[in-house]
Design a protein around this ligand. Sequence first.
Ligand SMILES: Cc1cc2nc3c(=O)[nH]c(=O)nc-3n(C[C@H](O)[C@H](O)[C@H](O)COP(=O)(O)OP(=O)(O)OC[C@H]3O[C@@H](n4cnc5c(N)ncnc54)[C@H](O)[C@@H]3O)c2cc1C
Length: 441
Amino acid sequence: MTDLSLTDLAAGTVVKPGDPEWDAARSFHSGIGEPTVVVRASSVDDVRAAVRYASSERLDVMVRGGGHSAWGAVPGGVTLDLDALDSVSVDGTLVHVGGGATWGAVAAILAEHGLGVSSGDTASVGVGGLTLGGGIGWMVRAWGLAADQLVGAQLVTARGEVIEVNDESHADLLWALRGGGGNFGVVTRFDFRAHALSSVVFATLGVAGDARPVLRALRDTMKDAPRELTVTYMDVPEMDPSAPGGAAITACWIGDDEDAARAALAPLLALDGVTETDLGVRSYPDILMDMPAADPDQPMPGFVGGNTLLADLTDEAVDRLASFREANQASVLFLRSLGGAYGDVPQDDTAFPARSATWFAMAGAFDIPGLVHDDNRPLIQAEWDAIEALGEALYGNFTVSTDPAMVSRMYAPETIARLAAVKRQWDPQNLFCRNHNVVPA
Ligand SMILES: Cc1cc2nc3c(=O)[nH]c(=O)nc-3n(C[C@H](O)[C@H](O)[C@H](O)COP(=O)(O)OP(=O)(O)OC[C@H]3O[C@@H](n4cnc5c(N)ncnc54)[C@H](O)[C@@H]3O)c2cc1C
C-alpha cells in the first residue's frame, strides 16, 4: 500500500475554512459544523489518506455517512465525508453498498431486483450510521435489524490499513460493527444479505381519544401477529397549520397480501376511535419518508425526554407514556413493535442490546422557550426517567445527545467490556471518537 497524504488528493477533495465550498462541505442534515478540515473522499485511498493525516495530527475523525447524527456539531477534527462512496451492486442476494450510501438509494436499486434489506424509515438517512448503531425499520420483525443482515464489510482501520471483515476474517470486528457504532474504523463497503421483496401493504389508521386502551390493544394484537406485520404509534402536536398534529398507527405488511394485512389489523380497526384512513399495496422505496435538511438559521429545538427498549409494554408503561404526552402540550410520543426476527438473534451474536425487547418507545417535549420553563424541565426529565427505568436499554441511534455517559445506558457492562477490548485492538488512540464512544480498554 502506498503512503498517501492529503496533498496527493485530487483538487476539491480537501476543503478548508475560507474555501468557496466550505459552508456546503461542513453542513450536515441537522446543522452546520465547525471542523478543522473536511475531506470529501471518493475512493478508499482518499479515506486512508484522511485517516493517516488525522492520526499524525492527533485530530479526531468524524465519519459522515448520511450526516443525520448530532456528531457533526462537535467542533474541530477531520470530517470525513463519504457521500461519494455511494455505489450499490447486487450479486444474487448479496448486496455491496458504499459506506456513504443512503437508504432511499439502496431501496430503489434493490426494488429493481425484487429484493429488500431491513433499513430505517427515512430515505436520506445513511446506511453507515444506521447500520452500525443497529437500524430499526419496517422489516424489523420480519428480518431483524439492518445490522442483522450485515455479513461483511471493508474497513479502513485507524492505522490506515484496508481489511475485510466477515465471519471468517476478524469475526470480533463483525460482532462489534453490528450495533457497536462507528468506533472501529471507516466502513467503505457494507455487505448485506438481502431478502426477496415484491412490495408491501402500507396502512395508516387514525386514532382519536384516550391513548391507553389503544396502546394496550396494540400490544395485545402484536403479541400474536404474524411477523410480516410491524406497526408504529405516533402522536405529534400541531406545529403549524401545514403540519396538523394527532395520533396515528402506521402499519407495514411485508408482501402484497392486502387481505392478510387487513385481517392482522382487524382487532385494531374494531376499537372505538380507530379508523382506517389509508391501506394499499406500495413499493418499499415509496413508503420511505423524505425529511428535508434543517435550515441552518432555524435549528431544531432540543428534546426533554428519551427512548428505551422495553421487554414488555406493561400497563404501567402505557399509562406513563400516555401521561407524559398529555402533560406536555408540545411533545412527541412514538412506539414501534419489535419481537419476531429481532428477538430470534441470540444476545451475544451482535453488540446490539436488549434482544428481549418487544417494543421501542420514545417520548420528548420540545425544549422551546415559553413551552418548557427552567423550573419544569427537571420535572419533565424525571417523568421520562421513570419510564426509562422500566426499559432494558437506550437505543443510541435515536438520541441526539453526545454525552459520553449515554454508552453505559446503551449496553450491558459485559458488552461494554467486549467492545472496549475490540476497540483497544483496532483503535487504541481513539481516533474514531465522534460517536457513542467506547473508550479503549
Ligand atoms: C430524520 C431521521 C430519521 C431517522 N430514522 C431512523 C429509523 O427509522 N430507524 C433507525 O434505526 N434510526 C433512525 N434514525 C437515527 C439514525 O439511525 C442515526 O441518526 C444514524 O446515526 C444516522 O446515520 P447517518 O450515517 O445518516 O449519520 P452520520 O452522522 O453520518 O453518522 C452517524 C455515526 O455513524 C458513524 N458512521 C457513519 N457512516 C460510517 C461509516 N461508513 N463507517 C464508520 N462510521 C460511520 C459516524 O462516525 C457517526 O458516529 C433517524 C434519524 C433522523 C435524523
